[in-house]
Design a binder for this molecule. Structure first.
Ligand SMILES: [Cu+2]
Length: 442
């Protein structure tokens, strides 16, 4: 099979559901267990070779974690792979000691050892967990899974479906291609796969007229996914876990690695609800839910906003402001004073001084200035920030912002969570090659 054919044969692939759903009943008061270990997964369509990867509890993606807003959940992590590791809970505004960043918030978890995490998520919504050691390799090899933090009063829907979009760089044997540290990849767009698809936590059939909640997560290490949906009509209700005060029309989306979009929509097709990647030569089917039958009654109620999370509004009149330049990369004529491929805020390593040191409770405005020829997805740990429009108005709350070449994006944040928080590009190959720094909240 030619490389290019890989990318084109995903349409209609048999999509296996994610194994090992952990329900709140099982989770109540007892620790959940996540074991990182080697797994074999049928990534390619049935009939093609399976892929040796890394996963949690026997599968990649790992099990869906369902947490309750405001409730403490203990999670025991055991490392049964042959590299050091640690788990980061992306987007959860939790205690710094639980953030899972080796060298900043905890020590490496050595092979054969474990770490006891405890999470009390303040916000409902869609999040995910992934390895944060050699993440450009360990996430590419499959060490990630979805997190749902349930609303106290969830919206009225028929089905809640997690949709993870990913790509893999596969060899013709079905194995993952080596070369995770390729400097060529890291200086360009990162490690892009040659095969892409959407993975559902539950791909059983839906009925025409049912109301679905789709939680789309870009779990790819480096690919910015264009995503389009067909077979449904509805609204976008949340971005990066945070509810929109007014639900929006569903348009073509561009998802940076780690970004999420929640959609509530009614099935309008008799055939399929499709997750598509619009490409130059047409729509590529990343995955689909088949439609069978018709719901007895279609809901006529409007799609209402999700209950708001309590996110502090930045005080822009008294904010600390800092310029955070993205620098470096291939073909960039601008000179960078750093001995690395990429830089962020004049830094390239977490052993350096933080780009911002700020008192707890104060607001800051970060000017994210992309002076490179590539897009970057800038992620702040432990907080959500507000993207600002050119006139200074507060826009969407996010934990990861896509910043295009030559774009400058101001984001404003109340730094109310004490500790050492990583700020980095979520194109994980860029992070590997220097696009990282940190913020200290004291
Ligand atoms: Cu980047």
């Amino acid at each position: 099979m030619k490389r290019r054919d890989f990318l084109l044969t995903a349409a209609g692939a048999g999509l296996a559901p994610v194994a090992g759903l952990l329900t709140p009943a099982q989770a109540a008061s007892t620790a959940l267990s996540l074991v990182a270990e080697p797994v074999t997964v049928q990534i390619l369509p049935d009939g093609n070779p399976a892929t040796d990867m890394l996963g949690f509890n026997g599968s990649s993606p790992g099990p869906l974690l369902r947490l309750k807003q405001g409730a403490r959940q203990a999670i025991r992590f055991d490392n049964k792979i042959d590299q050091d590791s640690a788990v980061h809970w992306h987007g959860l505004r939790i205690d710094n000691a639980m953030d899972g960043v080796p060298g900043l918030t905890q020590a490496q978890v050595k092979p054969g050892h474990g770490f006891d995490y405890a999470l009390t998520p303040p916000d409902a919504g869609t999040y995910w967990y992934h390895s944060h050691n050699r993440s450009w390799e360990q996430v590419a090899r499959g060490l990630y899974g979805p997190i749902i933090v349930e609303e106290a009063s969830p919206p009225d829907i028929d089905r809640d479906v997690v949709v993870m979009v990913d790509d893999w760089r596969l060899m013709e044997t079905g194995g993952l291609a080596p070369g995770y540290d390729s400097m060529h990849d890291q200086a360009h767009q990162g490690r892009l796969g040659n095969y892409a698809r959407a993975l559902f936590d539950d791909d059983s059939t839906v009925q025409r007229g049912q109301r679905l909640r789709l939680r789309i997560i870009n779990v790819a290490t480096d690919r910015v996914f264009p995503v389009k949906l067909s077979g449904i009509e509805g609204r976008v209700v949340a971005l990066d876990g945070m509810p929109l005060s007014e639900p929006r029309a569903i348009e073509e989306m561009l998802l940076a690695p780690a970004q999420r979009v929640d959609i509530i929509a009614d099935v309008t097709s008799d055939a399929a609800v499709s997750v598509l990647a619009p490409l130059r030569d047409g729509d590529y089917v990343l995955g689909e839910l088949k439609v069978e039958g018709k719901a007895k009654e279609r809901r006529t109620s409007a799609i209402a906003p999700l209950p708001a999370n309590s996110l502090g509004k930045p005080d822009l009149a008294n904010s600390q402001d800092v310029l955070v330049k993205m620098e470096g990369g291939a073909m960039n004529p601008r000179i960078m004073q750093l001995n690395s491929i990429w830089g962020l805020g004049g830094r390239n390593d977490i052993n350096q001084e933080p780009v911002l040191r700020i008192e707890r409770g104060r607001s800051a405005r970060l000017r994210l200035a992309n002076e490179t020829l590539f897009p970057h997805g800038i992620h702040l740990h432990g907080h959500h920030f507000f993207e600002m429009s050119a006139d200074g108005a507060l826009g969407d709350a996010r934990d990861t912002s896509l910043v295009m070449p030559d774009q400058t994006l101001d984001v404003a944040c109340v730094f109310d969570n004490p500790g050492k928080w990583l700020l980095h590009c979520h194109m994980l190959g860029h992070q590997a090659a220097g696009m990282k720094t940190w913020v200290e909240v004291i």
